[in-house]
Design a protein around this ligand. Structure first.
Ligand SMILES: Cc1ncc(COP(=O)(O)O)c(C=O)c1O
Length: 366
């Protein structure tokens, strides 16, 4: 990602406006009633609202996410022991590794992976290993090739950033089996949970038999509700892990501003039509992109990304300097990302169209 930032800056000096398809920042704001809930709560003069919030968060917020899990994913959670509120799931990605891994333990990342995963591993002094995903089987994890000893945790991420794959059949069951057999914790990153296409149903890891015995799931308010800057998410599932994350937070944080939590409750309990609108918007943009460069794309089943195999001789750097379009270079997502690039659908239609035309031109010239 640093490579992207530095080449973007260099190219921006060069005249023709750059089209940036590299970033994954939702381009649609949160629903009005959520903004209202934040504002109404923040406007109160009641000192309690502006004081330290309970470290474990508002019970009503924990109950609201548990109710959503029951309603949408058919998962019944105990809101007192199986839910931790976190200031964004990026935070939790590091916290979970810190409470799980000892120096020298291995943490397996799916390859390719979301580039924030290595941070917690580095902070814990653990070792980063890779779990191969099989593109021929919908990017299913190859647990049969994974080490059986010394693995503290395994990350999974469906729908996946960057491949845009939804969960392949049997992948969660295989993860539970691996976790139960090896003692490794399974951490499922569900940041794009609601963003699945072509009438797929969102699938939570916690719906798999035995899932909460071996792991947790991370649910983010960022993508489903356009609240990325607000920093609100959840760690759900295994009660022991949830308690450990909560304990870490008790020591290094002091709760989350109550109005933000009230807004989270409004989002989770209020009308859900904007979640569907958002999903449809990305699906439509996905179709526009695939109509032009689909032959270069991995199957795009969800998220707001398209994962593109670059033709020989095309690199992210050349796309930037010769065609004025910024993409996220595949190398940043792990060893298997070489020769690939990720583009973002969280981009206004006209910008996306211009960028994709430039990509199509660059690909056709090869
Ligand atoms: C795969 C994945 N996981 C987690 C996150 C972090 O989300 P947040 O910290 O906003 O909850 C992101 C953000 O882009 C992501 O793409």
């Amino acid at each position: 990602m640093r490579l992207l930032a530095s080449v973007s800056a260099a190219a921006a000096r060069d005249g023709e406006p750059l089209v940036d398809l590299g970033r994954g920042n939702p381009d649609v704001p949160p629903p009005e009633h959520v903004i209202e809930a934040l504002a109404a709560s923040a406007r109160t003069r009641e000192a309690r609202v502006h004081g330290y919030a309970p470290f474990a968060g508002l019970r009503a917020l924990r109950e609201a996410i548990a109710a959503r899990y029951s309603r949408l994913y058919d998962v019944e959670l105990d809101s007192a022991s199986e839910v931790a509120i976190v200031p964004g799931t990026k935070t939790a990605l590091a916290e979970i590794v810190l409470v799980l891994a000892e120096r020298g333990d291995t943490v397996l990342l799916p390859d390719p992976y979301y580039p924030d995963y290595p941070s917690g591993i580095a902070l814990a002094g653990a070792r980063q290993g890779h779990l191969r995903l099989d593109p021929a089987r919908g990017y299913a994890p190859r647990f049969d090739e994974a080490p059986r000893d010394g693995v503290a945790a395994v990350f999974l991420n469906y729908p996946s950033n960057p491949t845009a794959a939804s969960v392949p059949p049997g992948a969660f069951d295989a993860a539970v089996e691996y976790g139960a057999a090896t003692g490794a914790a399974i951490i499922h990153d569900f940041a794009y949970g609601d963003l699945v296409f072509d009438e797929r149903t969102p699938e939570s890891f916690l719906a798999a038999d035995g899932a909460r015995d071996v792991g947790v799931e991370l649910f983010s308010m960022s993508k489903s509700y356009g609240m990325a800057g607000w920093r609100l998410g959840f760690v759900l599932g295994n009660a022991d892990l949830v308690a450990r994350v909560q304990e870490l937070q008790d020591h290094v944080r002091a709760g989350i501003f109550e109005p933000l939590q009230r807004a989270g409750i409004a989002a989770l309990e209020g009308p859900q039509d904007t979640v569907e609108e958002r999903r449809l918007l990305y699906e439509r943009r996905r179709d526009r992109v695939l109509a032009r460069v689909g032959e270069h794309a991995a199957p795009c089943e969800g998220t707001f990304y398209v994962w593109l195999r670059l033709p020989d001789g095309v690199t992210a750097e050349r796309l930037l300097t010769e065609h004025r379009v910024a993409v996220a270079p595949g190398e940043g997502f792990g060893p298997s990302g070489a020769g690939w690039a990720r583009i973002s659908l969280a981009t206004p239609d006209d910008v996306l169209d211009t960028g994709v035309e430039r990509l199509a031109g660059a690909f056709a010239a090869r």
